[in-house]
Write a protein that binds this ligand. Structure first.
Ligand code: PMP
Length: 389
């Protein structure tokens, strides 16, 4: 008999399992649960996008594509980024199609991190960042933000966390789990510090299409930042394509070719049929995206107003499809709140603590579910809160 743990990498052994999964598993065994837990659109991918993929299969496009992705798709992405960022990314040397933004994050980190390099992660943060930094051999350094400031990273907090070992910072706006959107002036203040300390930025802009009030600014369009920024985005959220597993990276040629090296050995290329779907998404997806965005906005307005009414104070999130209300008045920890709410009222939310220390006292609710379900969930949450205060 072998002792499996003896063979495991110590980095993997030390990784914590995602705190989100635990709640999915608990909810999966129950009936009548309203889930505000999952971070994905409730829309099915628009039909024309699905059809383009079906057509590619009918036509027999079932082999590998170029490592960096179909050139036609890269051309489309380049045009799309030009509209959003005003920058010209060369499809041949500055763009790479990946298996979701997830793979893009992984190879971006592996391309730049040497053992012991520090990478700054702003909390509350998407659960993968810190683990991906560790897997790349780096050291994640968390910087806290505060609910009082709508979880916006304060430049002085960033500066305090920088040491001579800091190589990079991961930014995410609009943010998961808080929905917080950083506007141009806020990004500019961060850029000053980033430039001063000569850091690389990994800018996760997967929710770029889903911003509701303020104008969306990509970090690469802040003066001087494009050359030091690895821009990561994809199709999962804005185009309702989570299951297609398609994302992309834009970066200057030297950074991009380092990522391409890892990609070609570990992945070969992103799924071909999904790439054909993505071409259609880029060409003709605009209206559908706007339609979905309008619907999320309506739900955000209703949901966030109602949370505040029942005493779960919540800032108005500028983007994505998450609300991150305070549960402090219930005197429960976020884990207790989520567990008891699930058992007593069958509503699944995610405890804020899984997204980092400063997430304690908050819960993440995804409002990407039907209005009826949201209204029912709110009723149940109100009953739950009333019993606690
Ligand atoms: N970044 C963030 C902030 C996310 O919320 C997610 C998905 N939950 C991802 C990246 C991964 O997206 P993809 O499906 O493109 O891998």
């Amino acid at each position: 008999m072998i002792e499996p743990s003896h063979y495991l990498s110590s980095i993997v052994k030390d990784l914590k399992p995602s705190g989100i999964r635990k709640f999915f598993d608990l909810a999966a065994g129950m009936e009548g649960v309203i889930s505000l837990g999952v971070g994905e659109p409730d829309f099915v991918t628009p039909w024309n996008i699905r059809e383009a993929s079906i057509l590619s299969l009918e036509q027999g496009y079932t082999s590998y594509t170029a490592n960096a992705g179909l050139i036609e798709l890269r051309n489309e992405i380049s045009g799309y980024l030009k509209e959003v960022t005003s920058l010209d990314y060369d499809p041949k040397s500055e763009l790479l199609v990946t298996v979701g933004a997830s793979q893009a994050l992984d190879i971006a980190l592996r391309a730049i991190v040497n053992p012991g390099d520090e990478v700054i992660v702003i909390e509350p943060s998407f659960v993968s960042y810190a683990s991906l930094v560790s897997l790349a051999g780096g050291v994640p350094v968390s910087v806290q933000t505060s609910g009082d400031m709508e979880f916006k990273l304060q430049p002085e907090e960033l500066e305090k966390a920088i040491t001579e070992k800091t190589k990079a910072i991961i930014l995410c706006s609009p943010n998961n789990p808080t929905g917080t959107l950083l506007v141009k002036e806020e990004l500019e203040r961060l850029a000053e510090i980033i430039e001063k300390h000569d850091l690389i930025v990994i800018s996760d802009e997967i929710y770029a299409e889903l911003t509701y009030d303020d104008v969306y600014t990509s970090f690469v369009s802040i003066a001087g930042m494009a050359e030091r920024t690895i821009l990561i985005s994809g199709f999962s959220k804005g185009f309702a394509m989570t299951g297609w597993r398609l994302g992309y990276v834009a970066a200057q040629p030297e950074l991009l070719s380092a990522m391409l090296k890892i990609h070609q050995y570990s992945m070969m290329c992103a799924p071909t049929m999904a790439q054909f779907a993505a071409i259609e998404a880029m060409k003709n997806g605009k209206e559908d995206v706007l339609h979905m965005k309008k619907s999320y906005r309506q739900r955000r307005n209703l949901f966030v107003a109602a949370l505040n009414e029942i005493g779960l104070t919540c800032h108005v999130p500028g983007g994505a499809f998450y609300a991150f209300p305070s549960i402090k008045k219930t005197n429960l920890t976020s884990e207790e709140f989520a567990e008891q709410l699930l058992i007593e009222e069958k509503v699944a939310v995610v405890p804020g603590s899984v997204f980092g220390e400063c997430g304690e006292g908050f819960i993440r609710c995804s409002y990407a579910t039907s209005l009826e379900q949201l209204q029912e969930a709110l009723k149940r949450m109100q009953r739950f809160v009333q019993r606690r205060v």
